[in-house]
Design a protein around this ligand. Sequence first.
Ligand code: FAD
Length: 388
Amino acid sequence: MDFTLSKEHEMARTLFREFAEKEVKPLAIEVDETEEFPKATVEKMAKAGFMGIPIPKEYGGQGCDVLTYAMCVEELAKVCGTTAVIVSAHTSLCCDPILTYGTEEQKQKYLPDLASGKKIGAFGLTEPGAGTDAQGQQTKAVLEGDEWVLNGSKIFITNGKEADVYVIFAITGMIEKRGRMTKEISAFIVEKGTPGFSFGTKEKKMGIRGSSTYELIFTDCRIPKDNMLGQQGKGFGIAMHTLDGGRIGIAAQALGIGEGALDRTIAYVQERKQFGRAIGAFQNTQFQLADMATKAQAAQFMVYKAACTKDQYTKDHKTSYNVEAAMAKLYAAEMAMEVTTKAVQLHGGYGYTREYEVERMMRDAKITEIYEGTSEVQRMVISANLLK
Ligand SMILES: Cc1cc2nc3c(=O)[nH]c(=O)nc-3n(C[C@H](O)[C@H](O)[C@H](O)COP(=O)(O)OP(=O)(O)OC[C@H]3O[C@@H](n4cnc5c(N)ncnc54)[C@H](O)[C@@H]3O)c2cc1C
């Protein structure tokens, strides 16, 4: 066991941190206030190679490991939760399933543009009636000649409308399982601009307000037969496996948000004076900071361990990382919520204003307990493994 990062990882972290400080931090308030997708920043991230970090070089990516990718999301989230989730959804939820389940033709066709950031990716699983119960979906895909015809809708899709490539799940039939008829779910790659594919409501959100969260609508949307991702009927497994990886990205986002709030609070309590001394001199402040830092450190180890376990899977296609990912997401998300709440408290009244940014971090932290599987779902995954 080695807790020290390699020289390459340290160098990568410095690169991500400098980019975040120079390009992302100055815009974070504006992105939150205007609720506008930070297009120019995404273009800069694309140029810097951030949109294809764990994609192999042969498909135009950086060929780095999952830990490097997680550190990128972490460093971005320290200053802007929105920018971090754009990279995470694109990489973990769109590039990764195409890399894992795509045919060689699909990989050649989609991955180079996604990895270079020329195109952005998204993932559409959730429906109004199918959130935690992802099998309850209604969107259908029917094969007509050489085309699949999609009808239905998806909600809450991160990178919606901004993305060019969507991994979409739909019912392709009914199959008998242990004497009961159940839905057969398959995965598809759908491109923006396909006739019959449009965008509905844009969500007005509490946090990550620059992330574009849209409803997707499919009305007799015809896609080539070859755009099925993986085998017919294997869609549910593809969605679940993809989310295992996505949870590492969200755990890294939560970790960064917590760390960012902690950094700001340490600076603030050393500067702010009451009763003739810095509020950092009060033991309550010191103990709060100690708890915040200890939990952030624990979360970091869990996130890095989950990332390294996924790296092992990339090498042997055997190692399972779903429990590590669920634990990392659960813990990091709850840490982020607790740390940001304490950060606001330690900033006093100023923490409640939009000038000090810790209130934004608290709003951004909340979603990490909800999307890519709520904290309750993570507990289900962890306990199912304990009791199997
Ligand atoms: C900003 C945002 C971005 C998102 N991005 C995407 C995206 O890119 N792609 C995508 O497909 N989806 C996305 N989602 C959807 C997200 O993953 C779901 O909102 C989430 O999985 C929860 O589903 P739900 O909202 O329907 O809540 P519900 O499933 O209705 O859950 C409500 C509550 O009930 C609890 N609950 C439900 N079932 C159980 C159970 N069996 N046991 C115990 N508790 C239970 C839940 O934990 C939760 O606390 C996004 C959502 C948001 C808000």
